[in-house]
Design a protein around this ligand. Structure first.
Ligand SMILES: NC(=O)c1ccc[n+]([C@@H]2O[C@H](COP(=O)([O-])OP(=O)(O)OC[C@H]3O[C@@H](n4cnc5c(N)ncnc54)[C@H](O)[C@@H]3O)[C@@H](O)[C@H]2O)c1
Ligand SMILES: O=P(O)(O)OC[C@@H](O)[C@@H](O)[C@H](O)[C@H](O)CO
Length: 541
């Protein structure tokens, strides 16, 4: 059995003998370089980072295109750092779930330092701040989930933490945007070196949202005269600070028991999965798929490593935007969220099993090909139709990818606007008559409302995936039971959700879809088994 912490530099054979590839660099040296002359900081050291960004850094360290390891910062879940990074000296094993075994396994050692930013840990804050003052720093990437960028509530008002960040100035930030603005203030005060800030979270125009969020805090400080005008000018000077947009795609499920067992059977010792109190699932290993796309706007004012050596596509903003719209709003994530909602309702634990269900397959095909694809403008670097074909015929059905509808259902309230609202906007602008012909999108939205009831299709209670708005949304559905036939009760419950543009980017009644969704919902609550019946009747081809 080989352990994650075994000495791969002096004895690589112990890894190679069990089929694990080792780094071609010395972790100690890369870590030292990362701490002394940092090049790359990443916020959100979850599974996507470990399986994708860290692997890119590892490729570049292997070839010498990068000398310094990545510094990882966690603002949300300190347990990730304290229990999964530091005890393993920031190493992990990356497992690529190819269609056939053996899986590709690689010891990843490209993380130089890992920092949990908590209000009491001054040392970590100072280390991160020091990294931000270094001119060597070229890029900061983020995979902090959609909600990590939020500063406003459902009514569009600043949340208390954002108000506190603005009133208290750069000394005590709480929100991610406040933390970033404070770190950039330190950079401004120490030489004003340039920097690229790259969101790699799953939503359209992610760089714009990062920029807007960070500037909301910085401009608040300026209004309170807590920072000079020159600081805000520095943030808005495109030769200094940029917010490249990105499209990122690699299905990276939570670490799975089946993979832990595979690793144990293949002589790897560290397989214990951690489920933190904040519901992050993380392990000494990460499991991901083979297919991957990272498309970045090439706008790095302080230079960048040669990311193309690791397969990253660098292009202009317009192309990134089209690629991202293709993936996040049409050809992948909307299909995923549909499988998440109906998978949880129908009792599935596996995405691969779901796409073997003819009703669900018909649903995602109808959504993808009939309703989403017509709204897509091809980014040309990737063909949208081939992209969906690959997804539906190769990626989703791969039984070795241990993905679950429950993972994908996480934070659905944060995602509906991007995953369905952008397509609705397309139809509303291009051809409003088409809105009335949509079947899959209204059905999925009704399915989400049905999911929020917290009952599966048998009428049994199900534990819903974490979502920051569950406590607001579930009480709205409380007056409804399976068997409720009163259309007014249903309308009163659904209306505040369907009419709120914060969820879908639109008042769905104004688009003429509210009533259809209510009807779909009524059908799905008529009794046990009604979700399946409604789905089958609506979408069967
Ligand atoms: N996993 C995938 O298949 C995949 C693929 C493409 C893009 N993404 C994007 O990456 C994000 C993270 O995915 P993951 O697989 O790493 O998830 P994960 O659950 O493994 O990790 C989530 C990370 O985000 C942090 N986080 C959660 N809420 C936060 C908050 N409010 N503020 C700051 N940090 C927060 C967690 O502490 C953790 O480090 C997704 O939300 C998505 O936008 C994921
Ligand atoms: O990561 P989220 O929470 O935005 O969405 C869940 C999945 O749809 C997502 O992680 C996909 O696996 C990913 O977007 C594939 O590239």
């Amino acid at each position: 059995m080989v352990k994650l912490l075994a000495d791969y530099v002096n004895n690589p054979k112990q890894f190679e003998d069990v089929g694990i590839t080792v780094p071609k660099f010395d972790q100690e040296k890369a870590s030292q370089a990362g701490r002394q002359q940092p090049v790359w900081v990443h916020f959100g050291g979850g599974n996507l980072f470990r399986c994708f960004h860290a692997a890119i850094a590892q490729r570049l360290l292997n070839t010498g295109a990068l000398k310094a390891g990545v510094i990882v910062a966690e603002t949300y879940d300190a347990a990730v750092i304290n229990q999964m990074y530091q005890p393993y000296h920031n190493r992990f094993l990356r497992v690529v779930m190819t269609n056939e075994q053996p899986y590709d396994r690689e010891l990843v050692a490209s993380v130089a330092d890992s920092l949990a930013l908590t209000p009491t840990d001054k040392e970590s804050w100072n280390r991160l701040k020091a990294a931000f003052t270094q001119a060597s720093l070229q890029l900061v990437t983020f995979s902090i989930t959609e909600k990590g960028y939020g500063l406003t509530d459902l009514a569009g008002q600043l949340i208390p933490a954002a108000k506190a960040d603005i009133s208290q100035g750069p000394g005590h930030p709480q929100t991610n945007m406040g933390i970033l603005a404070a770190l950039l203030y330190a950079r401004y005060q120490n030489g004003q070196a340039p920097l690229a800030l790259v969101s790699t979270d799953n939503f359209s125009q992610n760089g714009q949202k990062l920029e807007d969020g960070m500037l909301t805090i910085a401009q608040g400080w300026l209004q309170q005269q807590l920072v000079p005008q020159e600081f805000v000018a520095y943030l808005q000077d495109r030769t200094k600070i940029t917010f490249p947009w990105s499209m990122i795609d690699r299905i990276t499920p939570n670490p799975a028991e089946s993979v832990a067992q595979y690793l144990a059977a293949h002589d790897f010792e560290d397989t214990q999965i951690l489920h933190t109190a904040k519901r992050t699932n993380i392990a000494p290993f990460g499991n991901t798929e083979a297919a991957h796309y990272l498309v970045l706007e090439d706008d790095f004012p302080n230079g960048r490593p040669d990311l193309t050596q690791a397969g990253v596509i660098l292009t202009d903003r317009a192309t990134v935007n089209l690629a991202d719209q293709m993936k996040v709003t049409a050809c992948l994530n909307p299909l995923h969220t549909a499988l998440a909602i109906f998978g949880c309702l129908l009792g599935y634990q596996s995405i691969a099993a779901e796409v073997a269900d003819q009703d669900l397959l018909a649903l995602i095909k109808h959504l993808g090909y009939q309703e989403d694809l017509p709204a897509v403008v091809s980014p040309k670097i990737i063909d949208p139709k081939q992209f969906i074909d690959e997804l539906i015929t190769k990626r989703l059905p791969n039984p070795n990818i241990p993905d679950t509808p429950q993972r994908i259902a996480t934070d659905t309230s944060q995602k509906m606007a991007v995953r369905y609202g952008v397509t609705l906007t397309h139809y509303a602008k291009a051809d409003p008559d088409e809105l009335a012909k949509l079947t899959a999108i209204p059905l999925i939205i009704a399915g989400w409302c049905r999911y929020l009831m917290g009952l599966d299709d048998h009428g049994e209670t199900v534990t819903l995936s974490p979502d920051p708005l569950l406590a607001d949304l579930q009480p709205l559905l409380a007056p409804i039971q399976l068997g409720t036939t009163d259309v007014d009760v249903v309308h009163n419950s659904l209306q505040p959700i369907l009419s709120n543009p914060a969820f879908f980017g639109h008042d769905l009644y104004a688009l003429g879809l509210g009533e259809t969704i209510e009807k779909n919902f009524m059908a799905m609550i008529s009794g046990p088994g009604a979700v399946r019946e409604t789905l089958h009747a609506a979408i069967a081809l």
